[in-house]
Design a protein around this ligand. Structure first.
Ligand SMILES: [Zn+2]
Length: 285
């Protein structure tokens, strides 16, 4: 049984501390339950960790690959700051055989459970920390069928190299879970997402002369319905109604996922479903 208050840091630490031995924390370490010892990074109150005196100490300890210092709240007028042993272990530069903070920048899409790491990469990578490596386009399969909870999922963009796990919310359900998507947290209602994709397939099947994945999930309505073909066939009103009705159901944050086809390939999933349904429809007659 896992503690319900687990953070993204806890999950990732649980895995990596089994793979690599924890480094010794120097004499600067403290043991306390004082409220001032809330960790600067994971925001948890922990008993073990290190003291740092000033903001600039963070980049010294974590190296330049930790570039999220601007997201950390440094309370003014406190005698010192505290970084817990878990964040220290995970983020410290070169504290293991591999520098973990560099490891975190190797994969732009990662799913971590306490017992395994699923990493997604465009080219063949040798596993460094026992991670299971999949092709980028397999990520969608794990979004539609996530691992057993608890888990954290995070995605980051190229220009950002900082580890993301400490921002990621822990998911406790395969049907309602979170993706830390760049700087946004997206809550996925899986049954709803699946029904939305299915409904989209049915609509495209019915109106395949006019509509496709992009007109349903990405483009705005006017861009879709004002094509010449639609006007010629006098279908504008009907399609507008269909699209309006469908698009109203899509949460704004999902639009973000659907348009990022290079990150999570909903398009490929959609096309596969569509082809399958087309074949099934042909077989009926
Ligand atoms: Zn921490």
């Amino acid at each position: 049984m896992y503690n319900q208050f687990l953070t993204g840091t806890d999950i990732v630490y649980h895995y990596f501390s089994k793979v690599f031995p924890e480094p010794k924390i120097s004499e600067r370490s403290i043991i306390t339950t004082d409220n001032h010892t809330k960790c600067l990074i994971c925001r948890q109150i922990r008993k073990r960790g290190i003291i740092i005196q000033k903001k600039s100490d963070l980049s010294r300890i974590f190296s330049s690959s930790f570039n999220d210092t601007h997201q950390i709240y440094f309370k003014p007028d406190v005698p010192y700051y505290f970084v817990c042993h878990k964040c220290y272990f995970l983020l410290k530069a070169k504290n293991n055989k591999i520098a973990l903070n560099n490891w975190f920048s190797s994969y732009k899409k990662t799913i971590v459970t306490p017992n395994e790491v699923l990493a997604f990469h465009s080219s063949k990578n040798e596993p460094k920390a026992g991670e299971k490596i999949y092709k980028q386009d397999k990520f969608i399969d794990f979004i539609l069928e996530p691992p057993e909870p608890p888990f954290v999922i995070y995605v980051f963009e190229k220009k950002q190299y900082g580890p993301m796990f400490w921002k990621a919310r822990v998911s406790w359900s395969k049907d309602l879970f979170y993706i830390q998507f760049y700087e946004n947290e997206i809550c996925i209602d899986r049954p709803f997402l699946l029904s939305l994709l299915n409904e989209g397939v049915d609509i495209v099947l019915k109106y395949k002369k006019y509509l496709n994945y992009f007109s349903l999930f990405v483009n705005d309505i006017s861009a879709t319905t004002l094509t010449r073909k639609v006007r010629e066939d006098n279908m504008q009103k009907e399609l507008e109604d269909v699209l309006l009705h469908f698009k109203q159901k899509i949460p704004q944050e999902y639009m973000y996922l659907f348009s990022e086809s290079s990150t999570i390939s909903f398009y490929d999933y959609f096309q596969t479903k569509l082809t399958k349904k087309k074949e099934e429809a042909l077989n009926v007659f």
